[in-house]
Design a protein around this ligand. Structure first.
Ligand code: CTP
Ligand code: MG
Length: 226
């Protein structure tokens, strides 16, 4: 199974001067934890990393340090996550008919999660890893007045990996570009095109490192594991 890792962000909400994926997490760059999990997965056979050109030397250093057994390609990222994934899709080897996409910032995903996602993708067109929402979610208007409380039993928090048939996802991205759709995950494009997205049970610890608090929580979880 081919894996694309969007890693071309700037980490604005982290408030750091550089791409948050290069920040240190228990003495190793955040991205190297993500890559180590992908390397340990039985199902992943090829890894593409979308990054900004200025980060490539740091990415190369991470790869040299990990000395992965799987082929890895660095791909030019875009201005948005959506654009980065689109570039990744176009850089896939021609034999790739299905692809998993996993945010570099979700550095706690386990090899088992990659394996379960890859196996599930053999029997569906599109999937996302997700977990049931724990909080009660409110829909709020611009004046911060609550408009609605959706039934929590129908709500799932989307994570990555997300997986798709390559041809279909490419088509969705192209339609999205034509119509100016702006989305924060690939499943949203699939949904907008009327295609089915299957849920795969995610992991509670599979958080996306977004803010400095997340970095501390991630460090705590990794310490518990070791
Ligand atoms: N990403 C990407 N290309 C972009 C923007 C984001 O590949 N132009 C990647 C990030 O590197 C990250 C993933 O998409 O692995 C999820 O994005 P997010 O957590 O929002 O990361 P950033 O965009 O870096 O953070 P922020 O939104 O706080 O700036
Ligand atoms: Mg972002």
């Amino acid at each position: 199974m081919h894996l694309l890792i969007p890693a071309a962000g700037s980490g604005r909400r982290m408030g750091s001067q550089r791409n948050k994926l290069l920040l240190s997490l228990l003495g190793k760059p955040l991205l190297s934890w993500t890559l180590a999990a992908a390397e340990a997965s039985r199902q992943i056979s090829w890894i593409g990393i979308m990054g900004q050109k200025e980060d490539f030397p740091d990415f190369q250093a991470i790869l040299a340090d990990l000395s992965l057994t799987k082929p890895v390609e660095l791909i030019q990222g875009g201005a948005t996550r959506q654009e980065s994934v689109y570039n990744g899709l176009r850089a896939l080897p021609t034999e790739a008919d299905r692809v998993l996409i996993h945010d570099g910032a979700r550095c706690l995903a386990t090899p088992d999660l990659f394996d379960r996602s890859a196996e599930a993708l053999l029997t569906c067109q599109g999937l996302i890893v997700a977990i049931p929402v724990k909080d009660t979610i409110k829909v709020v208007d611009a004046a911060k007045i609550v408009q609605e409380t959706p039934d929590r039993s129908n709500l799932w928090a989307a994570q990555t990996p997300q997986g798709f048939e390559v041809k279909l996802l490419k088509k969705c991205h192209e339609e999205g570009r034509e119509k100016g759709w702006e989305v924060t995950d690939d499943a949203a494009l699939f949904e907008k095109c009327g295609l089915p997205v299957q849920i795969v049970e995610g992991e509670e610890t599979n958080l996306k490192v977004t803010t400095p608090v997340d970095l501390s929580v991630a460090e705590f979880i990794l310490r518990q594991r070791s």
